[in-house]
Design a protein around this ligand. Sequence first.
Ligand code: MRU
Length: 348
Amino acid sequence: MYVAQPIEWTDRGVVMLDQRRLPAEEISYTYNDYREVAKAITEMVIRGAPAIGVAAAMGVALGVLRSPAQTLEALRTEFAEICETLAKTRPTAVDLFWAIERMKRRFASLSSATSDLAKIREAMVTEARQVHIEKKATDEAIGRYGAEFMPAEGQVMTQCNAGALATGGIGTALGVIRVAVEQGKKLHVLVPETRPYLQGARLTAWELHRGGIPLTLITDNMVGHFLKTGKVGAIVTGADRIAANGDTANKIGTYQIAVLAKENNVPFYIAAPISTFDLTIAGGEQIPIEERSAAEVTHIQGVRIAPDVNAAHPAFDVTPARYIAAIFTERGVARAPYNESLRALAGS
Ligand code: MRU
């Protein structure tokens, strides 16, 4: 089955598929400067929490590899700046900070063991590539755990894009659907278009169509209508940050889907790697919500669709844990009470 490749480390640099141009055009760029990688994350060339983490790890590695520093001291100074630049790109997806912290730990252990800059550079590249390799294995494990919860046949719903484009593997929510289909389940996916950035219409519809998984694209305001029919067997979405109590930030619109799911007795699931947990915060009200440009609401692909008025664009919302039937991770399935099950899975 076709798997999109949003990011790749190559000898020429970090290659990214421009997700802003999909589905109309498949254009890739090769980045050789960590600042370009940071800009690509901010401007959504690459998006989706785990893929942002992979991009950040590769950005850090690229910064170290291309740094003009000739001494360990100079490299240390530049390293701090590289990490700070990448950390400022997007605030909600905790995978970004997880990846930067991992690269910091690796740098600290390497630089305390050697002052050979060539060795440090090579090992940092290996670490970033390892982050990407691990994401693939993680997605497959999430897919296997989650597929059990998908109905044998019928409609399921998702939100935004939590597919290969969003992770660099097979996807989290779409990975669950993909594994279920590979196991022989006859699923048909309802895909809300996910205004304002249209990740559902542009990216999820594209990925499912390419993968040969049947789908129906719907507008966001059709969600309640379809859930009320009794024909949707399950909903599965990704996550950008999961607090210790299970409250989950995901793409704007996820909260209202979860509430409507409860009203209509449809199980609502989250599929996410452990790297998306943020157990340092007790609940969802502490999750920073990214506010993106109002132009993404007043315009579609550069074309104005509203008069020149105020527009709001919180890019994420928080679904309280009480609406979440289970969270699928690479280490197993978490159920309420999440304060206990998430800690047990994270091993802390
Ligand atoms: O703004 P985006 O496109 O980065 O938002 C993406 C989402 O909300 C995804 O559902 C989430 O990151 C999970 S991706 C596996």
